[in-house]
Design a protein around this ligand. Structure first.
Ligand code: WT7
Length: 634
């Protein structure tokens, strides 16, 4: 456990829901819904009927090839059809589907009908570029409408998208494009960040020198930043040119429920990033149902998820969940405290946001400025708040509850992962809350905390967080790495359960308390970063021989990177080298890798087989007992 969560052990406060919420809620009785959810297949089957299927399934769940589970076997469906087309023959036709705004106060609104037309054009254009069902399209774009349109365009024709977070850099982009063998890359002239423009095209150009599978580069003119047409300009086309005169109708592809939907890369404790593969039917059912259950979506809601589209939060709850429920989703490009620390609250007031879903790191960041800023704006439109990405410390919970929720509205702390695709542990709006706990596994989900033998641990005792039954939006495999899929998630703990990679404990009321990762994965500002990726970035510097990194607690970011470096003979870690290393790692990894202290060492603690024991470095750092050192080489 890398984070000090001891404070959580004393958290006893209980917050009961306001009666208004209970009156309004679709689900009024938490216990009854949990009870209903115990019959997993029946529960999810009922939820699947909310969509229009070309053909319904023969079987809800096929466990015969576990852990390669299949949901809604032989069902035929299309996501884009259900998220867009389905609404245009209803009174939602002229309702705003996507409300884009940015730190400059600009805005673009697309109704469901307008979105329908744009998505059709994009889908036709992709087809004309030679993209077929099963092909992959990479996207390295800002939070802009074109990104949502392109993702939906892919799902319309059965192509997989692989979105790369715009905060990643050359190294990460190259690896992801090449692993997914993408044929098309969409990128842009830049993205806004605190008054500056980050030139994405420049990064993409450098990456593309190493990406042989890309045939076409589609360029979105977003900021108006001047762009250099690269030497390979022959394969570049402007987004607007591509869509010009494009057919406004593109038939939807009939997809099998188990046809791949998208790949999204995430970090593990070792090796290269993992290409998490999600499929169509189960993902749709899981995501729409959890958004409905946890955030109680009603007509007239304005939903704002502040997470980036480049991560799973954006995929599931910024685009797909809200559109599948026919609500309006707000897309914001920019930082929470720019042009001033009231930026977010101003947006809530201006548009009348009703549900706000954000991350602990952002809350802690805004908390630093005190309660002055939320007081400057009318936040009374808000009905439910949400949190995701890392454990929310009770201080941040209370600040959010008091200053943003005015002690009236609940905070849905949602635990889930890129791999789970959907919320797994979360309250419903009617659940009594304890600050710092995501409460219990959702209806239709079975989870537990066990020891390494798979035995349940007694209440209050820490153990491994596991998922005991398959769930509809689960990852189906790691892209082209089936063995790694089985090994990483299903073979770590006996009993055929999914090991999440988190430590947790369950209290006497059955509430789950997440205690942080059980592996070497870092959580920096909610972003998941693999230690080995940072170490490789260090070692690719000519003066670094070996590197080990660990997460160090940080009051705002949760963790930052502390690095232990062995340098080439005769070199010293001076200010100039530190600066150079910072630049180098940032170039390779992008701003997501937040470097803290660096120290020069002569030796790293290793097992006899040569694996770095980061656990020892962490214990040393926290002044704790070194634990079992019998495998230590020296
Ligand atoms: C890891 C997954 C799920 C979208 C964003 C992160 C941590 C996530 C919580 C929470 C405590 C949380 C876990 C998990 N995590 N939500 N509510 N409380 N920890 O997705 O990048 O795949 O990371 O984030 O450690 O394993 P991800």
């Amino acid at each position: 456990m890398s984070k000090d969560t001891s404070v959580l052990l004393d958290e006893k406060r209980l917050f009961k829901p306001d009666y208004h919420l209970v009156e309004e809620a679709h689900i009024k009785n938490w216990e009854a819904e949990l009870e209903k959810g115990k019959d997993i297949e029946k529960y999810w089957e009922e939820k699947a009927h909310q969509f229009e299927w070309f053909k319904k399934w023969d079987k809800v769940l096929d466990e015969s090839k576990k852990p390669f589970y299949q949901w809604f076997v032989n069902g035929k469906i299309n996501l884009c059809y259900n998220a867009v087309d389905r609404w245009i023959n209803t009174d939602k036709r002229n309702q705003v589907a996507i409300l884009y705004t940015n730190e400059r106060g600009e805005e673009i609104k697309l109704t469901y009908y307008e979105l329908y037309r744009e998505v059709n054009k994009m889908a036709s254009a992709l087809k004309n570029l030679g993209i077929k069902k099963g092909d992959t399209v990479s996207m390295y774009l800002p939070m802009c409408p074109e990104l949502l349109i392109s993702m939906l365009g892919c799902t319309r024709i059965g192509a997989l998208h692989s979105v790369v977070y715009s905060g990643l850099s050359v190294g990460g982009l190259v690896e992801r494009i090449n692993d997914s063998k993408a044929k098309v890359l969409l990128t842009a002239d830049g993205t806004y960040r605190r008054g500056k423009i980050i030139d994405l095209k420049k990064i993409a150009d450098e990456a593309l020198l190493q990406c042989p599978t890309i045939e076409t580069v589609v360029l979105v003119r977003h900021t108006g930043n001047p762009i250099k047409i690269s030497e390979l300009s022959g394969r570049e086309i402007l987004y607007t040119t591509l869509l010009e005169g494009e057919n406004e109708l593109c038939p939807v592809e009939e997809m099998d429920a188990e046809d791949p939907l998208f790949i999204l890369y995430t970090s593990g404790s070792t090796g290269k990033p993992k290409g998490v593969l999600h499929t169509t039917g189960g993902y749709m059912v899981g995501v729409a149902t959890t958004l409905q259950n946890v955030f109680d979506i009603h007509n007239g809601d304005l939903w704002w998820c502040t997470g980036d589209i480049g991560w799973i939060t954006g995929h599931s709850y910024l685009i797909y969940g809200p559109l599948l429920l026919g609500t309006t989703t707000l897309v914001y490009e920019g930082a929470p405290d720019y042009p001033d620390p009231g930026a977010w609250w101003k947006i809530v007031e201006k548009y009348g946001v009703t549900k706000l879903y954000t991350a602990p790191t952002a809350i802690r960041h805004l908390m630093r400025y005190g309660n002055k800023y939320p007081q400057l704006y009318d936040l009374s439109s808000l009905k439910i708040l949400g949190s995701v990405g890392e454990p929310i410390n009770p201080e941040a919970w209370m600040w959010f509850y008091k200053n943003v929720g005015k002690e009236k509205i609940p905070i849905m702390d949602t635990w889930w992962q890129t791999e789970t695709g959907m919320h797994m542990i979360a309250p419903l709006p009617v659940s009594p809350l304890k600050p710092g706990s995501p409460t219990r596994a959702l209806p239709g989900i079975e989870m537990d905390v066990v020891d390494e033998k798979g035995q349940r641990v007694p209440p209050g005792k820490g153990g491994y967080l596991v998922i005991k039954k398959p769930w509809p939006a689960m990852l189906r495999t790691l892209y082209k790495e089936e063995e790694r899929y089985e090994d990483t998630y299903w073979k770590q703990i006996p009993g055929g359960v999914y090991m999440a990679g988190d430590m947790a404990r369950i209290d006497e009321d059955g509430y789950i308390w997440i205690q942080g990762r059980s592996d070497d994965v870092l959580k920096i500002a909610g972003h998941r970063i693999g230690t080995s990726e940072v170490e490789s970035a260090f070692v690719s510097h000519p003066l670094v021989v070996e590197a080990a990194v660990i997460g160090k607690s940080d009051p705002i970011k949760g963790q930052v990177i502390k690095s232990f470096l062995i340098l080439k003979e005769g070199h010293k870690l001076n200010t100039a080298l530190i600066e150079d290393l910072q630049k180098h790692v940032r170039y390779e990894m992008g701003p997501v890798a937040v470097l803290g202290e660096m120290v020069q060492v002569n030796k790293l603690p290793k097992t006899r087989s040569g694996k770095i024991m980061r656990r020892i470095l962490r214990a040393q750092e926290e002044g704790k007992d070194l634990g079992d050192t019998s495998t230590l080489e020296d």
